[in-house]
Write a protein that binds this ligand. Structure first.
Ligand code: MG
Length: 278
């Protein structure tokens, strides 16, 4: 059975990180489905595959989300230098790792993969732009052989730049994992306006919250907040998703706090979203 038919519309999910989150713990919080986050240091062994196959059998997984070795989210210049496909030195290794994630998703019968590709340059003649566009085409074509989507996480460029990039790559399985908090953390634009523009290509969303960067500190990122405590406006966000006909799960994401607090915040986020999901 397709994973998408196993859950209610706008079911409450979360991004679980391999090696960090346990299924029993997250189920106890009321989380009903997930995205599997795989850090760059994780070795994909037969044991790893068996472990997550067992999870996928009882807990619908929609996405394999890749992070890469050497990525650092300290501030905007560091993100530009280290994250995703834009840094040339790690590009080939990350392409190979992304293909490995597509093959993992196929083994686990997960219908798509996702990642941050980094800051897409605004200038379409920039050699990094051209190289990354070609790389994204190759990854989409590989995912396509398994019937998978490849979703780009939002936030590191404006919605307009991202939409133009999608059109330029021109692959039907290239989609968006929309993260409203990232638009705020990176100062790239109002997330609700961005969502309205990108909605036709949004395949999954993160429910994450945050505050805008401090304008007196150029290059700084905003700060992630517990869901409902930041500048996104979760009610407006979920209402905009409903108006756009979005039915896939609401995947809670909470990153930058110790695990105990993270689980507490996720538990509270489940309650908040249960009241909004409709
Ligand atoms: Mg996210």
């Amino acid at each position: 059975m397709q994973v998408t038919s196993k859950v209610r519309d706008r079911e409450i999910g979360m991004i679980l990180w391999a090696g960090r989150d346990s299924l029993d713990e997250v189920k106890a919080l009321g989380v009903r489905c997930g995205q599997l986050g795989v850090g760059g240091e994780v070795q994909i062994t037969p044991e790893f595959v068996e472990e997550w196959k067992a999870v996928a059998d009882e807990f619908p997984l929609f996405t394999v989300t890749a992070a890469y070795e050497g990525e650092d989210y300290a501030d905007i210049p560091t993100v530009q230098r280290t994250v995703g496909f834009i840094p040339p030195a790690t590009r080939a290794a990350r392409e190979a790792r992304t293909i490995e994630m597509s093959e993992l998703a196929a083994e686990l019968q997960i219908p798509g993969i996702a990642c941050h590709i980094g800051f897409v340059p605004e200038d379409e003649s920039d050699p990094d732009y051209v190289a990354v566009r070609e790389m994204v085409r190759r990854i989409c074509d590989h995912c396509g052989t398994f019937g998978q989507t490849f979703a780009l996480e939002t936030g590191q460029e404006s919605a307009v730049v991202l939409k133009r990039f999608l059109e330029d790559v021109d692959r039907p399985n290239l989609k968006i994992n929309f993260d409203p908090a990232n638009m705020i953390l990176y100062g790239t634009g109002d997330p609700i306006e961005a969502l309205k523009l990108l909605a036709p290509d949004v395949v999954t969303v993160h429910c994450k919250d945050g505050d805008w960067p401090d304008k007196s500190k150029p290059g700084s990122l905003g700060s992630e907040k517990p869901l409902g405590a930041g500048a996104v406006g979760m009610e407006r966000f979920v209402e905009t998703l409903k108006a756009a006909g979005y039915c896939a799960p609401l995947f809670i994401e909470r990153e930058s706090v110790p695990q105990e607090q993270r689980l507490r915040d996720i538990g509270a986020a489940v309650k908040l979203l249960e009241g909004l999901r409709g």
